[in-house]
Ligand binder design. Structure first.
Ligand code: PGA
Length: 238
């Protein structure tokens, strides 16, 4: 496990973007596992800037996102597909057909989960998986208590997650979807490299607790201790 302590959010974003950029430079057809949330926005901005300077190209890259709220259409401004299109994909030279987010509006969730897992496997697995962490230690939407062996599946979001994410829904917990489709811990752990980003003192505490305490499904991120190539980039409060 490698820890990189950044000075501030901008520094964290640039350092993490360097790691993603190096991955793509060394393997132009990399499969990148991507994350949503407020933490990676600066990282995406930095990658966009480098792509516009022609320092990097995503033309041959495939992306697979960790999760999507249940029943939010790609056009819904709160959907993670919309977030990724707005914050990243529409601003770089990636081919949209090579970007993947679970289709949470599907009628048959089980089938969609199997399709998503097969898609990841058909692409040879994930080369580098970017991960944020929830206040409760979740990764993706793998909430406390879920088995580590899970593949892509439907989850009931925990009250802590619903509360934390209400900030994206006018502060109204009632508006937050109660379920999501998430990549399971199994595929996250099978990624060749993991990059965990955490911004602010509170999140750093969660990361420290997860990575230095016992490995337990009660703290989903604790499993990351067992990955052979994990890099953590974090920064304190401004
Ligand atoms: P955040 O979310 O980046 O918005 O803090 C991370 C997460 O909940 O996984």
């Amino acid at each position: 496990m490698k820890w990189i302590m950044a000075r501030d959010y901008t520094d964290m974003s640039r350092k993490a973007a360097n790691i993603v950029s190096a991955q793509v430079l060394l393997k132009e057809d990399s499969v990148l596992g991507l994350a949503t949330g407020s933490t990676p926005i600066g990282l995406y901005k930095q990658l966009i800037a480098w792509q516009h300077k022609d320092d990097i190209s995503f033309d041959k890259v495939t992306t697979v996102n960790l999760d999507e709220y249940r029943n939010l259409s790609p056009e819904d401004p709160q959907s993670y597909r919309h977030f990724m299109n707005e914050q990243f994909f529409s601003q770089i030279d990636i081919r949209m057909e090579n970007t993947n987010v679970p289709n949470s509006c599907c009628a048959d969730v089980m089938r969609e989960c199997l399709r998503y897992d097969a898609m990841i496997e058909n692409r040879g697995g994930i080369d580098l998986q970017l991960i944020g962490i929830g206040n409760n230690g979740h990764i993706g939407f793998n909430e406390p208590g879920e088995a580590f062996i899970m593949e892509t599946h439907l989850v009931d979001l925990s009250p802590t997650t619903i509360k934390a994410n209400a900030r994206f829904f006018d502060g109204d917990e009632q508006k937050v979807p109660k379920q999501a489709i998430t990549m399971g811990i199994k595929h996250i752990m099978q990624a060749k490299r993991l990059l965990l980003v955490a911004s602010g003192n509170a999140k750093m505490e969660v990361v420290k607790k997860a990575l230095s305490g016992p490995v337990t499904p009660r703290v989903p991120a604790s499993i990351l201790q067992l990955h052979k190539d994990l890099t953590v980039v974090c920064c304190p409060d401004a």
